[in-house]
Design a protein. Structure first.
Length: 338
């Protein structure tokens, strides 16, 4: 049976920074911290999507700091939605727009629907709604999860996306136990890929690579269907570093292999950017260079750094798709000795 789908907007990739459209749709007026990469993600996401876009945002820093009473940075239509409901808001809006068009109440035209959520809102509290939205191939929608690796807005509590060992208001190192956050970071993009065969496109991005990031947003919107982007966003407050090095930290996350950049389009996996050369054999930087620039890891001993490194090595050397699918490759049988 043919599925009734709305036509997505075709947004060609920008081939170089000089080709990027000039208008901004997320502008001044927000009150995020200096060096906040999540605010940059909002700006790049809106710029990439263009004016015929509706943005829905779940509670978190990118709601609270961007829509203080009587001021907002959004130039395109924007709506707040509850912390765990970016998936429902995206699906409902995409379905609602299509119904209005079908009934002739609004003109037929492609309108981008983007719902953003934080890691707390997307990877933890709203996971079921995100998962549901990813299962409906007849609706065009993008869910962008901006991941600052904590419940930042309520003062940096641990989320399922927080890295192992990170200091937070819920996991301060103490005299009896140095490591309070003992879980490895949830693999959200991999989860979307492996568990949602109807999802047309999944990508990981980092705002340190702005053009790459915007082009992933444009691709997701152009493909249509349910799509998901996971962005790693250095957060000066929660990660405890000088805002000046926000971009550098994003680059280090990629270069150390902590944050692999890849896209999966209709099931086809493709690494991009520096991750591509790392997958082709270029050496990864030691995670020490990334960790020791952040106050949230200041309590780490050499042993902790070694453990972190071993877990990243495992992602690259043992996972069936490096950095993506955490199923271990079968070990080759041990050679027989005479
Ligand atoms: C149902 C519900 N529980 C708790 C809160 C309080 N709250 C508001 S923002 C927030 C943190 C959200 O974290 P995340 O989604 O990671 O976004 P961030 O603040 O890090 O940008 C919490 C717990 C809420 N608004 N709604
Ligand atoms: S706490 Fe982090 S995510 Fe929130 S506004 Fe500040 S830098 Fe941005
Ligand atoms: Mg967060």
């Amino acid at each position: 049976m043919a599925i009734d789908t709305a036509m997505p907007q075709v947004l060609e990739a920008w081939k170089g920074v000089k080709k990027i459209d000039l208008p901004e749709y997320f502008t001044s007026g927000h009150r995020t911290c200096q060096g906040c990469e999540s605010a940059l993600v909002m700006k790049l996401m809106a710029k990439a999507a263009g004016p015929r876009t509706v943005v829905l945002g779940s509670t978190g820093c990118m709601y609270v700091a961007n829509t203080t009473y009587y001021s907002t940075s959004w130039v395109i239509p924007w709506m707040h939605t509850q912390l765990g409901s970016s998936g429902s808001a995206a699906l409902g809006t995409a379905a609602g727009l299509r119904a209005q068009m079908r009934k002739g109440k609004i003109p037929q035209e492609p309108i981008n629907v983007i719902a953003f959520c934080g890691d707390g809102g997307g990877a933890d509290m709203g996971l079921s709604a995100v998962s549901h939205a990813m299962s409906h191939k007849q609706y065009n929608l993008l869910i962008l999860m901006y991941d600052n690796e904590s419940y930042a807005n309520t003062d940096i509590q641990v989320s399922g996306s927080s890295p192992w060992g990170a200091n937070s208001t819920f996991s301060p190192p103490g005299k009896v136990r140095r490591i309070m956050q003992t879980r490895w970071k949830k693999n959200m993009a991999g989860l979307m890929v492996a568990g949602h065969p109807e999802t047309r496109y999944v990508a990981t991005v980092c705002p340190s690579y702005a053009l790459d990031m915007m082009n992933r947003v444009r691709k997701a919107l152009s493909l249509g269907g349910p799509t998901f982007i996971h962005s790693l966003d250095p957060c000066p407050k929660g990660w405890d570093y000088d805002p000046f090095i926000s971009h550098e930290l994003g680059e280090l996350a990629v270069e150390t292999g902590v944050w692999p950049l890849y896209e999966v389009e209709d099931g086809k996996f493709k690494p991009y950017g520096k991750t591509k050369s790392l997958m082709a054999g270029r050496k990864r930087k030691p995670v020490r260079e990334y960790l020791l620039k952040q106050g949230r890891f200041a309590h780490f001993t050499d042993e902790d750094i070694d453990y972190f490194q071993s877990k990243v090595d495992e992602m690259w050397d043992k996972w069936i798709v490096p950095g993506v699918i955490p199923i271990h490759k079968e070990e080759p049988p041990a050679a027989k000795t005479a």
